[in-house]
Ligand binder design. Structure first.
Ligand code: FAD
Length: 370
């Protein structure tokens, strides 16, 4: 096995969750190394950056986890901005969810957390909204962060500043174990050389690819296609979150549009005409004028999805191998709380009762217990 001066804790995957966990651990004085196959494939560079537990209509423990994360995001972002010198583009812009009927509105799982809007109020919040939307919910507490252009880079820079060691182009092929104990990983580096890296501890943060590395966990990819438009400045002040399509206005007038949800696509890369058509039809159904605005960029990525669409957090069946994966549609929202819960658990810092209850609810073996 390759020998290193000080054996670091390994972060397997340098996407959004890997960076967030590495940052929290490094802040607590841990020696951390990130093994990353391909930085650019991370869903952290794909997501729309909505912080939307209420607009998404989350329920049960996932809603509680999302709300706890939402509460802590402002301080989390202040820390990252201070350590990186990069503004992360956090905006408490609120999210409008439109409905055709009051019945549909009231059936939204988190309706009680929002303010009801009638048609007139809807038009004030979202000028130009299509006529079929007669009512809506405004979730003032939901918002957004500019993950693609800012948060990912800020986390990387903050990690570098804290001494986190990066290895880009390194693919983890296998987990090494002795009975029920984690012993390290087998990797192929960018030059194609196979190596064994011994380690006592690692956090699996490989997003949609997590099952390829650790077969025991039920994570599948759900492909999402996106595009962006350059809208007139201040054309949209709130996020508009319709069924199947949403429009997220950034500070500079860029409007991020998402997203398809393709369960059958597996890891098939690239844009498809049907996926892009679906997004344009979604825009027409929500804000018809936006289809005339210049199209800036189109891209895609893979959400990591578990059977109940909630993340897998905490210890695994292997002593020393921790899990932080399966965040599906809510990884940006949940990155901060995930990193905090994992770092506290790994550094043996006592969790509050609420934190402890939540991390227990998201253990990897919950699917087997049913
Ligand atoms: C279209 C779309 C829109 C989204 N919108 C939102 C949103 O608005 N709000 C929100 O909260 N969430 C959103 N998400 C979800 C969010 O992006 C993900 O939940 C989150 O990025 C997952 O982070 P991750 O670190 O687990 O995975 P990723 O960010 O995908 O990172 C995984 C990393 O692991 C690396 N890796 C994989 N296999 C290996 C290996 N064998 N060896 C080494 N490295 C490996 C990959 O190279 C990758 O860089 C969206 C996702 C998509 C796809």
């Amino acid at each position: 096995m390759a020998s290193r001066a000080k054996e670091p804790l390994l972060i397997i995957g340098g996407g959004l969750i890997g960076l967030a966990v590495a940052y929290e651990l490094a802040k607590r004085g841990r020696c951390v190394e990130i093994l990353s196959r391909r930085r650019s494939e991370a869903a952290g560079f794909v997501a729309a950056g909505m912080l939307a537990p209420h607009a998404e209509g989350l329920t049960g423990n996932l809603l509680k986890l999302g709300q706890l994360s939402l509460d802590r995001i402002p301080q989390w972002v202040i820390n990252i901005e201070q350590d990186s010198g990069i503004n992360c583009g956090l905006k408490h812009c609120g999210i409008v969810v439109p409905f055709c009927t009051p019945e549909a509105r009231d059936a939204h799982p988190t309706a009680t957390f929002g303010n009801n809007l009638n048609r007139q109020e809807l038009e004030i919040e979202v000028p130009g909204i299509a006529p079929q939307w007669q009512t809506g919910l405004l979730f003032n507490q939901d918002g957004q962060i500019d993950n693609r252009r800012r948060l990912m880079r800020a986390l990387e820079k903050a990690c570098v500043g804290l001494g986190v060691h990066f290895q880009e182009g390194v693919e983890v092929l296998d987990v090494l174990q002795n009975e029920k104990e984690f012993k390290g990983v087998k990797v192929r580096n960018a030059e194609g050389k196979l190596q064994l890296l011994p380690a006592k501890e690692a956090v699996l943060c490989s997003g949609a690819w997590s099952k390829q590395i650790f077969k025991a966990i039920p994570i599948v990819p759900v492909k999402g296609q996106m595009l962006s438009l350059q809208g007139p400045k201040n054309a949209l002040k709130r996020i508009l979150f319709g069924p199947g399509t949403y429009l997220v206005p950034r500070e500079d007038g860029l409007i991020v549009i998402g997203a398809t949800s393709e369960k059958k696509a597996g890891f098939q890369e690239g844009l498809t005409p049907s996926g892009q058509l679906q997004l344009h039809q979604g825009i027409t159904a929500l804000l018809p004028a936006a289809n005339q605005w210049p199209q800036m960029e189109r891209w895609w990525g893979f959400r990591p999805c578990s059977p109940d669409e909630g993340p897998l957090l905490g210890s695994s069946v292997l002593k020393g191998l921790w899990l932080a994966t399966g965040h599906h549609r809510n990884g940006v929202l949940l990155a901060g709380i995930t990193a905090e819960l994992l770092a506290k658990s790994i550094c043996k810092i006592k969790l509050s009762r609420k934190e402890n209850e939540l991390i227990t609810q998201f253990r990897w073996n919950r699917f087997e217990q049913k």
